[in-house]
Design a protein around this ligand. Structure first.
Ligand SMILES: Cc1cc2nc3c(=O)[nH]c(=O)nc-3n(C[C@H](O)[C@H](O)[C@H](O)COP(=O)(O)OP(=O)(O)OC[C@H]3O[C@@H](n4cnc5c(N)ncnc54)[C@H](O)[C@@H]3O)c2cc1C
Length: 211
């Protein structure tokens, strides 16, 4: 369906939050396909807003040598995009869970938070730069001590230097919890192997890989 862009905000260098009107129901964690121009294959994006919010948002970073994102970054309010219906099986539930994300992989978890699924959740977010902890105010307010941040290239008072692995290697996790992984393939594969080595059943691990 064609949809008009309502807003487009650069929330961190090269990272944008784009909003259109929410015209359909979706499950928190689902994705949409977005196309900018005719003949250009669409790309998949996690929905980054609540399932009752008036606007549907996506969070994306521009790949300078990519095909779609440099065009998407030039889109202005009032321009038109092609948007698919929602899809995907990376769905949040009310069960206790650990949410593990790198970079813009935080998007589906933010949708889950905005959709009222933050109770009994631990969030572990890994980024390169300190200005990439998207929505940190909301996470701090909602999750408090259960919000864990790792930055691989900068030090700071409110987060640890390093990668998300550090957290999983030292903590003990319940086998009955669910483990959600979202972001780069390398992180998802590494974390899955680490969780399995710690006795977490394969069936309790769900991954959404951004390729
Ligand atoms: C389920 C899912 C959900 C996703 N959700 C998000 C999200 O919420 N936010 C987000 O930012 N991204 C998300 N992505 C990634 C997104 O779909 C796009 O892949 C991304 O935005 C890049 O698109 P692009 O067209 O700009 O780059 P592309 O043209 O796809 O290129 C991406 C990179 O691959 C390189 N490349 C392209 N073709 C080749 C080739 N043949 N050989 C080697 N390298 C190549 C390019 O140089 C570039 O660096 C998601 C992906 C999936 C599968």
């Amino acid at each position: 369906m064609k949809q008009t862009v309502l807003s487009q905000t650069e929330i961190s260098p090269g990272v944008f939050l784009l909003a259109v009107e929410r015209r359909f129901d979706f499950l928190p964690g689902q994705t949409v396909k977005i196309g900018v121009s005719d003949g250009e294959p669409p790309r998949i994006y996690s929905i980054c807003s609540g399932n009752q919010d008036a606007e549907l948002k996506i969070l994306y970073n521009v790949k300078n040598d990519g095909s779609l994102t440099p065009q998407l970054a030039r889109v202005k309010p009032g321009d038109t995009l092609e948007l698919s219906e929602p899809g995907g099986s990376f769905i949040g539930t009310a069960e206790p869970a650990v949410w593990i994300a790198t970079g813009t992989g935080i998007a589906p978890f933010y949708s889950m938070l905005r959709s009222g699924l933050a109770e009994n959740k631990i969030l572990v977010h890994g980024v390169r730069r300190a200005n990439q902890f998207y929505f940190s105010k909301d996470w701090k307010k909602t999750l408090g001590v259960h919000y864990h941040r790792f930055c691989s290239r900068e030090e700071g008072d409110e987060f640890s230097l390093g990668r998300v692995n550090g957290f999983l290697e030292t903590e003990h996790f319940s086998q009955s919890w669910k483990y959600y992984l979202c972001g780069q393939a390398e992180m998802c594969v590494e974390m899955r192997d680490l969780l399995i080595s710690k006795g977490i059943p394969f069936g309790r691990i769900v991954a959404e890989i951004y390729f």
